[in-house]
Design a binder for this molecule. Structure first.
Ligand code: SAM
Length: 188
């Protein structure tokens, strides 16, 4: 999907500000014929607000600040975005044609604040995304696709993506500290 500069997306100090990884995932996302879309960890709602024009969209985040901001951004843009506060898939029902996650991926222990949970992925940086990869299959509709962003440091998640799914790299960018890639996954 292409970035729409006309969308009005507010940011604040308590929520992850869209950055290179957000835009890489947005560009890699191809909703094609998808009629339903789930974004895990929506932050400001930037990606979900693009997707909602193509497909019925649910956006989740574990942070109450993020869900409040994403709801406000949906209202501002008159978008019928369903925003839910949840730890990954907890409490969600149904299956989606496409699911996307730009997870916390840095190898840092979360120190407590909600914003910290936006980038601290625990040991190896992949504790949250490994839970995501373990729990995602039942939420994917037949023929659907998962889009997940990983850092080159997320060794275990990279192994899981290659062994447990059919994976295709659909985006890549070098940052000053590592390389990030977006994978499109389908069940093996
Ligand atoms: C790297 S930020 C990405 C935000 C937004 N999607 C973007 O690309 O700009 C990761 C987001 O995931 C959320 N998050 C972290 N752990 C989560 C979990 N267990 N369940 C749901 N969301 C989570 C964070 O609060 C944060 O908003």
């Amino acid at each position: 999907m292409k970035l729409d500069p006309e969308l009005s997306v507010e940011e604040n100090d308590q929520v992850y500000r869209p950055a290179e990884d957000s835009y890489l995932l947005l560009r890699a996302l191809d909703l094609g014929e998808a009629t339903s879309f789930l974004e895990i960890g929506t932050g400001t709602g930037l990606i979900a607000l693009h997707a909602v024009r193509w497909a019925q969209t649910v956006a989740t985040d574990i942070s109450p600040f993020a869900t409040a901001l994403a709801r406000g951004n949906a209202q501002k843009n008159d978008a019928a975005l369903d925003v839910v506060r949840a730890d990954l898939f907890h409490g969600l029902r149904g299956a989606f044609d496409a699911i996307a996650f730009n997870p916390p991926y840095l190898p840092l222990r979360p120190r407590g604040g909600w914003l910290d949970r936006a980038w601290s992925g625990g040991q190896g940086g992949d504790e949250v995304v490994l839970r995501f990869l373990r729990d995602v299959p039942p939420f994917l509709a037949e023929g659907g696709a998962i889009y997940v962003l990983l850092s080159s440091r997320n060794r275990e998640a990279l192994r899981t993506v290659r062994t447990d799914f059919r994976s295709q790299e659909v985006g890549r960018e070098s940052l000053f500290f590592d390389e990030i890639r977006v994978y499109r996954l389908r069940p093996a």
